[in-house]
Structures are given as structure tokens and as C-alpha cells.
Ligand binder design. Structure first.
Ligand code: FO1
Length: 308
């Protein structure tokens, strides 16, 4: 079994490659729930949905989230009712959130509901939310604390960031099977996701980081930072804000207590010796995932590294 820790769009694109390298039944994904947010009375799990929609072949390929070809008529009506509509929820996407919210309301755990979403959309990987207990990522800015999605989508990452915190983390419990799957994994892959808010929110769940340190599986990361920038999202900005270098070196620093191999981009090859000095084997290759062949090639390298 390969276990992958995953955030949103970058991770989902990598996983599209991974399912073409190993069977879906041999993949367990531990997903980020720190971006979960309640809007219009509905429980939205953006990162879990991005992974499922992408692997189902249904995601909007340009945005990387939501359904391809979705319409926004409900959103337009909500706007008429003076509802806040800064988070764009498509009509078909809303069906997922209605299903999830209803199931949670009758007492099901998020992991059970997620299993339903995965199955109904024809995906066969195991997707485990890092925790079933509430955990939300908040960003401390010069304008005060705000939910990560408010910082990213509503405010377009404009406010200056002073720190990041994970509300609910100290009392959060890892979802059943999360620790066991890491302990028994044949390999663990840290997908190219934001190390501070996406992977950071997974690692903030008590027990997950120590399971990664303890497991005999080889742990392979893919740097989401290429040439000091992220392909998508505010990872570089947030890394700097919390005191890391916004480079592949900074990514290595985030994971140095458990990582065996870090895959970095060719443009960052000069950083390889310093990462190796941290005791992390470094693979230099093209990490930009434009075509399916790029995703498959990157996934093959990551899987090969877990078997070393
Ligand atoms: N990202 C945006 O930039 N704008 C949006 O309006 C937006 C809506 C949205 C709805 C459902 C969903 O599953 C994801 C959505 N995202 C949107 C993506 C999301 O904000 C982030 O990319 C992730 O949370 C970070 O991984």
C-alpha cells in the first residue's frame, strides 16, 4: 500500500499520475481538512473534493477545482438575496455539499461520508480525512485572524500574514486507520502541496507526525516550490511568513524530521547539495505537471524512490 499525504490542486494532479502507475486499490490518501468551511449552512471540504473530482475525471481542468462545465445559477440567486458569494460553489458541486452536510447531520463521521462521495463518483482509492474531529486553518494577518479560504479566495492573499494556526488541532484525533496505514505502508509520498497549510494541517493532527517518524516505509516528498514560486496558491508567501525559506530548501526543512527523499525541479538543482547535507536524498527532475505524461513520470519516480 502506498500512502499519500495530499492537499488540493497540486496533489490531485500528482495523484492522477499515481493511479496510472499503481492500482487505485493500493493507494490510501490522507487528505487535508484544514480548509473545510461552513457556508450557506453547508459543510464544504475543498481539498477532499478536489482530489475526488480530479481522480473521477470530472474536475474543471483550468481552475483545478469544481466540476468541469458546472453552472452557478444557485450562486447568482444567493447573490440576489444579499448572501456572501465570494466562494464559488457550482450547481453540481452544491450536490456534494448537500449530501455531505445531510450525512454529517445524521451523525456519520466525515470519513464515512467521504467514502460515500468517493464511491458515488466512481473513484476507488481510499481517501481518509486526516481527522474526523473539527480542525480549521486560520491565518493571522495584520487585519486579524481569518479562515484560510477567506484569506485566499475572499481577500486574494492580500493581507500581510503574521502566522498560521490550526484551530482544534490539540484535541483532534487522527481518523481511524490513518496511523495504522502510515505504520504499515510500503511507501509514503508527500504530494506537492502547500507545506504550511495543506500538509501542515495534516501534520498538526496529534500522532501523524510521530507515525511518519516511526514507520519503516520510505518517505518521499515532491517540492511544490519551483524556482522560489508555487505553481498555484500562496505557499511561498506563507512559508516566508512563518520563517521558512520559500524554496525547495524550505520544503526540506519543513519535513526534515521524517523525510528520506525530496524530488525537486531542475531549476533548483543548485539547492541539491544543501538538501543532501540535511540527510535527505535529493532527486532533480522536471516537476511541472502540464501533461498526463509529466504526472505519470513524476509518480513513477516517487514510487521508485519508496522502494529503494
Ligand atoms: N478557489 C478559488 O480560488 N476561488 C473559489 O471561488 C473557489 C471555490 C471552490 C469551491 C469548491 C472547492 O472544492 C474548491 C474551491 N476553490 C476555490 C479551491 C480552494 O479554495 C483551494 O484551492 C483549496 O482549498 C486549497 O487547496
Amino acid at each position: 500500500m502506498i500512502v499519500a499525504l495530499a492537499g488540493g490542486v497540486g496533489a490531485a494532479r500528482f495523484l492522477e499520475g499515481l493511479i496510472r502507475v499503481i492500482p487505485q486499490s493500493e493507494i490510501t490518501v490522507i487528505g487535508n481538512v484544514g480548509d473545510d468551511i461552513e457556508l450557506h449552512g453547508l459543510h464544504i471540504s475543498p481539498d477532499l473534493d478536489i482530489v475526488v473530482y480530479t481522480l473521477a475525471g470530472l474536475v474543471d481542468p483550468v481552475k483545478g477545482w469544481g466540476f468541469r462545465g458546472d453552472t452557478f445559477q444557485c450562486q447568482d440567486m444567493l447573490h440576489n438575496f444579499d448572501h456572501e458569494t465570494w466562494f464559488n460553489l457550482g450547481d453540481r458541486d452544491l450536490a456534494t455539499h448537500i449530501y455531505r452536510t445531510e450525512q454529517l447531520r445524521v451523525g456519520k463521521r466525515l470519513s464515512e461520508v467521504t467514502r460515500g462521495v468517493v464511491r458515488h463518483l466512481g473513484v476507488r482509492i481510499k481517501l481518509l480525512p486526516a481527522t474526523d474531529t473539527p480542525l480549521q486553518t486560520y491565518v493571522l494577518t495584520t487585519k486579524g485572524y481569518m479562515h484560510f479560504e477567506e484569506y485566499m479566495v475572499k481577500r486574494q492573499t492580500a493581507p500581510k500574514v503574521l502566522g498560521v494556526s490550526f484551530r482544534g488541532a490539540t484535541s483532534a484525533k487522527p481518523t481511524r486507520n490513518v496511523i495504522e496505514s502510515i505504520e504499515k505502508a510500503d511507501g509514503v509520498i508527500i504530494a506537492p502541496s502547500n507545506p504550511i497549510v495543506s500538509i501542515g494541517a495534516i501534520l498538526a493532527v496529534p500522532g501523524i507526525r510521530s507515525a511518519l517518524q516511526r514507520t519503516k516505509a520510505r518517505k518521499v516528498g515532491v517540492s511544490p516550490i519551483i524556482g522560489g514560486k508555487t505553481v498555484k496558491g500562496p505557499a511561498a508567501k506563507l512559508m516566508r511568513a512563518v520563517g521558512f525559506r520559500a524554496t525547495a530548501l524550505g520544503v526540506a526543512e519543513c519535513y526534515r524530521d521524517f523525510l528520506d527523499t525530496l524530488i525537486i525541479d531542475r531549476v533548483d538543482r543548485k539547492l541539491a547539495p544543501e538538501i543532501q547535507d540535511m540527510g535527505i536524498r535529493t532527486i532533480v527532475t522536471n516537476t511541472l505537471m502540464k501533461r498526463m505524461s509529466d504526472k505519470v513520470r513524476l509518480a513513477k519516480i516517487a514510487v521508485r524512490e519508496t522502494k529503494r
